[in-house]
Write a protein that binds this ligand. Structure first.
Ligand SMILES: [Zn+2]
Length: 282
């Protein structure tokens, strides 16, 4: 049950009701975390009433905001971890990943704030129902684990953790799993807008590297000379193209043909939309 803006009781385990008094918590979400709230909850202080000791993580997630999107929690002005037990009249401020402020010294949520991941090469794991997004991201050269056999939420979460991959999904429940450290709820429903959304969110536009990753198995492509692949090429391809790439894993051969042109025009389209959104935002 989602909490209301005021007055409504939060559902609790009835067995625990007698142990503690009702507590009133004041909670406010900042920036894009408001995307998860209903219209009457956005950008305002919300009253959250509980009758038992609750962690700040549970309180935040009961509003539909996944802990993976939260990079800093202040309670009464002090930074607190997810495990912090709320007290009556606590004032909680919840912040997303900061774009331009280093909070390494103040956040208690992880060893490294989300923003710091940008210094590492980005790696993703994409939920089953976002196959087009996975495809577009590979086109742009990003390391994206996606497999239609990965149907189990538990396994997706486990792989995300083990391989340090950011989990992209439209399933809020999946992001609430404890072992998901780095995940992102994709807002948009259109694959191209989803791609732009992810590029913006993780500041990846200048990391694009077209024709560098196998669209089928996600392995980095290698350049290969025409002579080495000549025998395997259809005659019109052998005549028309000079530059070739090879996937050492699945042995597919790529050349800068119509498919590449499609990638390039899609990339230009993304750049235009990206620039337009930045212009509108600025
Ligand atoms: Zn391959």
């Amino acid at each position: 049950m989602r909490p209301q803006t005021s007055g409504k009781r939060h559902k609790v385990n009835p067995r625990l009701q007698n142990y503690t008094e009702s507590m009133k918590i004041h909670i406010r979400f900042y920036e894009e975390l408001n995307d998860h709230l209903s219209e009457n909850q956005k950008k305002k202080e919300l009253l959250y009433e509980v009758q038992q000791s609750t962690t700040v993580k549970d309180a935040i997630e009961s509003f539909g905001v996944s802990h993976t999107e939260v990079d800093l929690i202040l309670v009464n002005g002090d930074s607190r971890p997810f495990s912090y037990l709320l007290k009556d009249n606590d004032r909680v401020s919840v912040f997303p990943m900061f774009e331009s402020m280093d909070i390494t010294s103040v956040t208690l949520l992880r060893n490294h704030p989300l923003r710091e991941r940008r210094k590492e090469p980005m790696a993703f794991i994409v939920d089953l129902n976002l196959g087009k997004l996975a495809h577009f991201m590979r086109m742009l050269g990003f390391d994206v684990l996606y497999d239609t056999k990965l149907r189990d939420d538990e396994l997706l979460a486990k792989l995300s953790k083990e391989q340090n991959r950011i989990l992209l999904t439209r399933d809020r429940g999946l992001l609430k799993r404890k072992n998901v450290d780095h995940g992102y709820f994709v807002r948009s429903t259109r694959p191209t807008t989803q791609t732009i959304e992810v590029l913006k969110r993780f500041d990846m536009m200048n990391l694009v590297n077209l024709c560098s990753r196998c669209l089928h198995c996600n392995n980095p492509l290698q350049s290969i000379s025409k002579e080495q692949v000549l025998e395997e090429l259809p005659p019109q391809v052998a005549e028309g193209y000079q530059t070739f790439y090879f996937c050492p894993h699945c042995e597919r051969i790529y050349w800068e043909g119509t498919h590449f042109e499609h990638m390039r025009s899609m990339y230009h389209h993304l750049q235009q939309e990206y620039a337009r959104e930045h212009f509108l935002a600025g």
